[in-house]
Design a protein around this ligand. Structure first.
Ligand SMILES: [Zn+2]
Length: 371
């Protein structure tokens, strides 16, 4: 059995920078046509110039990556390159996987209308909002989501046609943080009806209702939130490799989110939130939040959708929904074929700074890329 997917999209990925970027980029570049690179670097991406520089760093890292055995085969899968958008097409052509990094800007109070106009002129149309202190790299985020300056930015974003991606968590009790943030999502959705708002990495089944309530609210779903619950973090001994934000919740939450993914609800698209951290940082006290899933995303999604007899919906979940929600019609065409075949997840991904442990490290997979 095999499955060919067209224009696969990961709408939430942490690619990092430097040695880590060099070591992880080929996983995403190989499997996906394009991916939305998160802007929460150690110096966050707060303006257009920084975003364009980061995009170049990502493209350079792809060409320097040493995943030789997959290079030629992925190229064979490239169908055609549209000429409609020279900028995107030339970026994709210039790297061996035909991969397009989609850039976003990190919202701070210093974001001006002029800067937003400049961003739009450079094909950057996604803004990322981190409540201060909510997750890794959110130290520069806004402390009051609905303060005058942030609302002003939302208003300009609406006027200019930006998409607003939000890490929606309050600073309340861990298991209720996303639910408590719901009223802020509702207020923004009501007050800015033309602004498309993405509820990132849904983790709480109580958030799902909001999708039906507001036409301008959308969501991304991760692999880990549709697969695991809090029991994986602490049900049988503490496992920091499953510690992420928003925290994994109950089996009922997991099952409701899985259903949303399997049904290919057009309001939800795939965003892995794959977040590589060095093993040393995961294992220490106050360890880093984040699950590194990039090496196994499409293979695992095939397994899950096959298990639930919904393979026919995977194309919508990993591509078509996002193409519509984010209006990504200009992404160059690329197809990737997966085949029912045993493979093994690497037990570790080496970097010059230390090891990164991927999700399902050392375990078997029943799907693999077709070479
Ligand atoms: Zn994230």
């Amino acid at each position: 059995m095999q499955l060919t997917l067209k224009n696969t999209l990961d709408m939430h990925i942490h690619l990092r920078e430097g040695d880590i970027l060099d070591s992880v980029i080929h996983f995403s570049a190989k499997a996906f046509s394009a991916a939305l690179a998160m802007p929460n670097l150690s110096s966050p991406i707060i303006n257009t110039q920084m975003a364009l520089d980061y995009k170049n760093r990502i493209l350079n890292a792809i060409n320097n990556s040493n995943d030789h055995n997959t290079q030629t085969n992925t190229q064979n899968n490239i169908e055609s390159i549209k000429d409609s958008n020279q900028n995107i097409a030339s970026n994709a052509k210039s790297n061996k996987y035909s991969f397009t990094p989609i850039m976003s800007l990190y919202i701070t109070h210093n974001l001006t209308k002029d800067e937003l106009i400049k961003a739009k002129e450079n094909d950057i149309k996604i803004l990322k909002l981190y409540p201060k202190g909510s997750t890794t790299g959110s130290e520069n985020g806004v402390s009051e989501i609905l303060d005058k300056k942030t609302l002003e930015i939302f208003s300009i974003a609406e006027e200019l046609g930006f998409i607003l991606s939000i890490h929606g968590e309050s600073n309340g009790f861990s298991m209720d943080r996303e639910f408590e943030f719901g009223e802020i999502f509702e207020k923004i959705a009501r007050d800015f009806p033309k602004l498309k708002i993405i509820m990132e990495h849904l983790s709480d089944r109580r958030s799902i209702d909001l999708l039906g309530k507001y036409s301008n609210l959308f969501a991304t779903l991760t692999l880990h939130h549709i697969t695991f619950s809090l029991d994986n973090v602490l049900g049988s001994g503490l496992n920091p490799h499953y510690f992420c934000k928003p925290i994994l919740k109950s089996p009922k939450d997991r099952d409701a989110l899985l259903e949303l993914a399997l049904s290919a609800n057009p309001k939800a698209s795939f965003g892995s939130d794959s977040a590589p951290h060095l093993e040393t940082n995961k294992l220490k006290v106050n360890g880093s939040a984040g699950i590194f899933s990039a090496p196994i995303l499409l293979q695992k999604l095939c397994e899950i959708f096959e298990k639930h007899n919904k393979l026919e919906n995977l194309q919508s979940f990993v591509s078509d929904n996002a193409l519509n929600i984010y209006d990504l019609k200009d992404i160059p065409n690329k197809t990737i074929t997966l085949i029912k075949k045993d493979s093994k997840v690497p037990s570790v991904v080496k970097t010059n700074l230390g090891d990164i442990i991927p999700l399902f490290a050392g375990e078997n997979l029943s799907w693999d890329f077709k070479y």
